[in-house]
Design a protein around this ligand. Structure first.
Ligand SMILES: [Zn+2]
Length: 302
């Protein structure tokens, strides 16, 4: 199919699924620069979406702007099916990805860190990160095939990941219930879970923000959102257009799908996923991007 027919078909699709005007939908459709070959499946079970969303949230909160090789949440690739998520993790970041995900009590933080109820077991070729419900899990491997190193507790930490499946500490129970909807900061936990699970399932699109420099910034304000912030490469419209072309907001009420809040920012899934692009490169003056990459790399090797 010709490029212009593709673009007009996509514009119609964007118009139908969102509350954007026809002219905005057409403008966005023309900016899609990536077409992934396979459709990206959603996780079919709510528990699976919840686990993946909580993982994405923890990774965004903890890694912020410390990625290598453009792996925004530590992930370089994903294999998706309705009942399965396999992640290919950046090898230098892998041990810290695992460490940040696994739950423990941290005295210096004053509470629980990681994903409550998450347990890990080595399997052939990688690890399985398993939710204590037993029904939700994520398989992870490193992109260079190197073995995972299971973390040990640091000073001031009480590991909870060593408890058997299903044996949650009271802190894990409380955190899991808060995440599932008890906290008032999240108006719709099911939508938050769907959107953040979709983030984790789309490293090929999400990492476009970190491609130009090898790192970008991600963070969260509270348990209901995830922010991606970058400078060079895709404009906000081009970035959002690629997500819209790959099912990122499918199934949401049109008014909740996307809001282009300015030339440099947008919100997707209500207030769940916030994307921001600086109007100028952050590394034109001051330390160069390469210098920052070197210091990020040093942080992982120390
Ligand atoms: Zn830049």
């Amino acid at each position: 199919m010709s490029k212009s027919r593709n673009s007009s078909r996509l514009a119609k699709q964007i118009r139908r699924r969102t509350a954007l005007t026809q002219s905005t939908a057409s403008r966005l459709a023309k900016q899609v620069r990536v077409r992934l070959p396979q459709p990206i499946a959603d996780a079919s079970e709510p528990r699976q979406r919840r686990l993946e969303a909580h993982m994405a949230h923890v990774l965004a909160s903890r890694f912020q702007d410390r990625q290598l090789n453009g792996a925004l949440l530590g992930a370089q690739d994903a294999q998706t099916a309705p009942g399965h998520l396999g992640l290919t993790v950046e090898p230098t970041m892998a041990d810290e990805v695992l460490r940040e995900l696994l739950p423990r009590l941290d005295d210096s933080y004053g509470g629980l860190r990681g994903v409550p109820g998450l347990r890990v077991r080595p399997v052939d070729g990688g690890i399985v990160l398993q939710d204590s419900s037993g029904s939700a899990r994520v398989f992870a491997e490193t992109s260079d095939g190197r073995a995972w190193r299971l973390p040990t507790a640091e000073e001031g930490e009480t590991p909870l990941w060593t408890r058997p499946l299903g044996d949650l500490s009271s802190e894990e129970h409380e955190e899991a219930e808060g995440w599932a909807g008890a906290w008032p900061t999240v108006p719709d936990a099911a939508v938050r879970d769907l959107m953040l699970s979709r983030v984790l399932r789309r490293p090929g699109l999400v990492n476009r923000a970190s491609a130009p420099h090898g790192f970008a910034n991600c963070y969260t304000h509270h348990s209901g959102d995830l922010v991606v912030e970058w400078c060079c490469g895709d404009t906000v419209e081009a970035y959002c257009a690629a997500l819209l072309a790959h099912g990122f907001v499918d199934g949401l009420p049109p008014s909740e799908t996307i809001e282009l809040t300015s030339a440099h920012s947008a919100r997707l899934g209500g207030h769940t996923v916030i994307v921001r692009r600086h109007s100028a490169c952050q590394y034109d003056s001051g330390p160069s991007a390469q210098k920052i990459t070197d210091s990020i790399e040093k942080g992982y090797s120390s």
